[in-house]
Design a protein around this ligand. Structure first.
Ligand code: FPP
Length: 237
């Protein structure tokens, strides 16, 4: 029963950290800190439920428009998480990969990202794909540039490019998203994994991300189970 109709790839738009904190009379940064704790337990729980890939939206290319203080706080939080949770993540058998552009990121952030990716690269049980300085349209543009290079140099033949082979040119070659969750009341995609979400079941939930824990993920998985996924075909039974 455990693995019955479990989505292979779950993606989460982790929204509502700021409002969670504000409603409690705390600073926005406290909400991000709490969100970090939630992410830690969710990644472990996702693995336990048999989810193979968990993608999370940690920082969008547009998040640089926030105050310098908030951007710095988030970057420090990321470094702290990558360094201090490293042993735990390794022990849990989780492989950490990143999606996004490296430009505009501080060197200490890039170093911490590279360290955790290198140390977890042989882990097989579950992939945690952290989207950082990420934009979905940017990813498609960047993939197109790589494709153009490969066609010019003869590494790729035009006839071999199709919607499946296109995945090899994205930041990470991951399976399509089966279940896309957005916490925190908004109903939009916000430039998140546009290519991979093409047939995703979408689950919007009012809960702010810091409160989206094991039980809330279970509820999202129940919702997924109840969906009838036909991928554009018709039901045959
Ligand atoms: C959106 O909430 C959240 C973010 C921009 C940051 C997400 C970061 C974390 C969950 C921290 C942990 C992540 C890692 C990778 C360690 P918001 O600030 O937009 O909230 P609001 O809409 O209520 O203002």
């Amino acid at each position: 029963m455990m693995n019955e109709n479990i989505p292979k790839h779950v993606a989460i738009i982790m929204d509502g950290n700021g409002r969670w904190a504000k409603e409690k009379g705390m600073k926005r940064s406290e909400g991000h800190k709490e969100g970090g704790k939630t992410l830690e337990l969710l990644s472990r729980y996702a693995k336990k439920r048999g989810i193979k890939v968990l993608s999370v939206y940690a920082f969008s290319t547009d998040n640089f428009k926030r105050s310098q203080e908030e951007v710095d706080f988030l970057m420090d939080l990321f470094i702290n998480y990558f360094k201090n949770k490293l042993d735990k993540v390794c022990k849990d058998g989780i492989k950490v990969v990143f999606s996004g552009r490296k430009n505009l990121l501080r060197k200490d952030v890039i170093d911490a990202m590279e360290e955790i990716s290198a140390k977890t690269k042989d882990n097989q049980e579950c992939i945690l794909n952290i989207c950082l300085n990420y934009g979905g349209q940017e990813e498609i543009v960047d993939a197109s540039l790589k494709i153009s290079d490969d066609i010019k140099s003869g590494l790729l033949l035009e006839k071999d490019l199709n919607r499946d082979t296109f995945y090899h040119y994205l930041y990470q070659d991951l399976p399509p998203i089966d279940l896309l969750i957005r916490t925190g009341k908004e109903h939009r995609l916000s430039n998140f994994m546009l290519y991979q979400a093409f047939y995703a079941e979408i689950y919007f939930v009012d809960t702010y991300f810091p409160d989206f824990k094991e039980q809330e993920l279970d509820e999202a998985l129940e919702y997924y189970k109840s969906r009838d996924r036909r991928f554009g075909g018709i039901k045959t039974n």
